[in-house]
Design a protein around this ligand. Structure first.
Ligand SMILES: Cc1ncc(COP(=O)(O)O)c(C=O)c1O
Length: 405
């Protein structure tokens, strides 16, 4: 019997539009357990100071909070602490790689390979790198089951490819890409692999050494911690060679009037005062997630996903996307015939069911699928079968609310 997680998440015990809340937009952001909120308050209430800078006790404590969070993330990903850079979010992490590695290492004639299922955060920065360097941006499209086309990988990943950038789990279809295999294929042709872990790190164990990822990005807020803290993992030898992304305080060694030498890793990539309270929250979030256990997270999400798919499949006016592939986790994307997804989400909201509707920051994928928008229900371990039942009941009401026969 699983613990009643709702006891730890006051917001989930509350009401929305007069109804109990069924929060099913975890792909966008997750709710925060009390232990995370306490850790942030504890930091600001007990040891707030600018880390790394002061020699006084409070600053030493702030540094300890910040650096112990880094250690926790390094352990979570099986990385070295020097390879963990704190950023604002996954988007900033991916931009760091694009600006610092991409602009430095790519040239006209080189190719960047991404997938059509990328979130804009792992797509728009590569458009910028391609335009600035004269490199070409190519796409791996999807096979009929929603997975990456093996044929596209075989033909488009070539000696000209310098960067393969791919999401580990699609935020629209919920499909898991085999990034370990893709990393091996990329390395075989001399390319590096950038893994977007925004939807994977919160849900499955991720071991950057086992994957052999060159870079991996994720956001804290999608895994129980506050907004404004994210992570970039990078292989040490790559980070050492890269120029800083942002410049200013804390990332320097010596500054002369005209020149500067830079701090060692990871400070070289952490310019300015960092989000120490966010790091405290992220650290508590990792503790909480590990106390739940990734096995439990996977089991609950699999059960909810299968249940939701089976129930939605019984409704003849519901169209599901990417729901027949086995390598799927936590995300169910669908449309209701003749009803715009925004109307669906609004009708569900009136019944206390919060889902996402729109293009999910993946417009090229929507175009590839021939869609303008979809509805997306995304689960986390604190969701229950009752939440899914409420989703289904609300979906069943949509067509009559819209006066469609
Ligand atoms: C797959 C994926 N990558 C990147 C991002 C960007 O995350 P953030 O907005 O926290 O930077 C998201 C957010 O939804 C995502 O789902």
């Amino acid at each position: 019997m699983d613990k009643n997680f709702l006891n730890d998440f006051p917001i989930l015990r509350g009401k929305m539009n007069g109804q109990p809340l069924a929060y099913l937009d975890n792909g966008a952001t997750t709710q925060k357990p009390e232990s995370v909120v306490r850790s942030i308050c504890g930091y600001y209430g007990g040891c707030n100071a600018n880390p790394h800078r002061g020699v006084y006790e409070l600053s030493v404590r702030a540094t300890q909070v910040y650096e112990s969070a880094r250690k926790k993330i390094a352990n979570l990903l099986n990385a070295d602490t020097r390879e963990i850079i704190f950023t604002k979010n996954a988007t900033e992490s991916l931009n760091l790689v694009a600006y610092s590695y991409g602009l430095t290492n790519l040239h006209a004639g080189d190719e960047i390979l991404i997938t059509i299922a990328e979130h804009h955060s792992n797509l728009v920065p590569w458009q910028m790198v391609a335009r600035a360097t004269g490199a070409t941006l190519n796409y791996i499209y999807l096979a009929a089951d929603g997975n990456l086309s093996a044929q596209d990988i075989a033909t488009k990943l070539t000696a000209r490819t310098k960067i393969l950038a791919v999401t580990q789990i699609s935020n629209v279809l919920g499909l898991i890409n085999d990034v370990k295999k893709l990393a091996a294929q990329a390395h075989e042709v001399g390319a590096i692999i950038v893994v977007d872990g925004a939807q994977s790190v919160p849900h499955i164990p991720v071991d950057v050494r086992d994957i052999d990822a060159d870079f991996l990005a994720f956001s804290g807020h999608k895994m129980l911690s506050p907004m404004g803290i994210g992570v970039l993992y990078g292989k040490r030898e790559l980070l050492e060679e890269m120029p800083p992304f942002l410049r200013g305080g804390d990332m320097i060694e010596y500054v002369e009037e005209q020149t500067t030498t830079f701090a060692e890793l990871p400070q070289k990539f952490e310019a300015g005062t960092q989000n120490v309270g966010g790091a405290a929250g992220l650290s508590a979030a990792v503790d909480y997630l590990q106390s739940v256990g990734f096995d439990t997270v996977a089991r609950i999400e699999r059960d909810l996903t299968n249940f939701a798919i089976a129930e939605l499949k019984r409704l003849p006016y519901v169209e599901l996307y990417g729901c027949d592939a086995p390598n799927k986790v936590g995300i169910v994307t669908f449309n209701i015939r003749d009803v715009h997804p925004h109307d669906v989400a609004t009708i569900l909201d009136a019944q206390g069911v919060a889902i996402r509707a729109g293009h999910h920051c993946a417009q090229p994928l929507m175009k590839f699928l021939g869609l303008n928008a979809t509805c997306r229900a995304s689960f986390y371990f604190y969701n229950t079968r009752r939440d899914v039942e409420r989703l289904i009941e609300a979906v069943q009401s949509v067509r009559s609310v819209m006066h469609i026969a």
